[in-house]
Design a protein around this ligand. Structure first.
Ligand code: E4P
Length: 215
């Protein structure tokens, strides 16, 4: 499973990339709004740091406007993947821009049927939102699992990108059900590195190493 970071914070992204495990980044208007910077400027900064796909979201609401916006955003940088929300005009726009070779991440996916439609329209990625489904008492991971299975059944090339991740365990489960990608908030990614027994083990080895270094 490939690992993307779900943040628009450049320092977090630099730290993740330096760790050597980050294959891409996803942003959305809410994440960029927190940074107090122009969307395009931040996406370009991220594209220079990450050697992989960087999702940037379209906000238009009609198919024609989405197509125009997607073309414009895709021109920003070769790493850019445009995000288009799962709506009827969104599907039309996905079909039209995918045919031009623009990569699309279909966002706000909350059911396997939505994932199937976006895949048939030509999306490169479909993003089921696990946390937001769990928040309303649904089983977010079931949407990831069923979407993976449906795409596999019909050999569709679209990749499932598990999004709205809140916990390290969400990442484990996404990997177990075969999600192609997980986009992970920085705090969750850095938590994944840690285990108390690892820290304890290092302390013990260091203490024991003192014994022979002292000889
Ligand atoms: C990523 O592409 C999504 O925009 C993001 O994972 C949404 O996460 P949230 O539900 O925590 O806002």
């Amino acid at each position: 499973m490939r690992i993307f970071m779900d943040t628009a914070n450049i320092e977090e992204i630099r730290r993740g990339v330096t760790m050597g495990v980050v294959d891409g980044v996803t942003t959305n208007p809410s994440l960029v709004a927190k940074e107090g910077i122009e969307y395009r400027d931040r996406v370009l900064e991220i594209c220079e740091v990450v050697q992989g796909p960087v999702s940037a979201e379209c906000i238009s609401e009609t198919a024609d406007a989405l197509v125009e916006e997607a073309r414009r955003i895709a021109e920003w940088h070769e790493h850019v993947v445009v995000k288009i929300a799962m709506t009827e005009p969104g599907l039309e726009a996905i079909r039209r821009v995918s045919a031009e070779g623009i990569r699309v991440n279909t966002t706000l996916i909350f059911s396997p049927n939505q994932a199937l439609l976006a895949a048939r329209a030509g999306a490169t990625y479909v993003s089921p939102f696990i946390g937001r489904l769990n928040d309303i008492g649904h089983d977010g991971m079931a949407v990831v699992r069923e979407s993976v299975k449906i795409l596999e059944n019909f050999h569709l090339p679209t990749q499932v990108l598990a999004a709205s991740i809140r916990l390290p365990r969400d990442v484990t489960e996404a990997a177990l059900v075969g999600s192609h990608v997980a986009t992970i908030p920085a705090d969750v990614l850095f938590q994944m590195v840690k285990h108390p027994l690892t820290d304890q083990g290092i302390d013990r080895f260091l203490a024991d190493a003192q014994k022979y270094n002292a000889v």
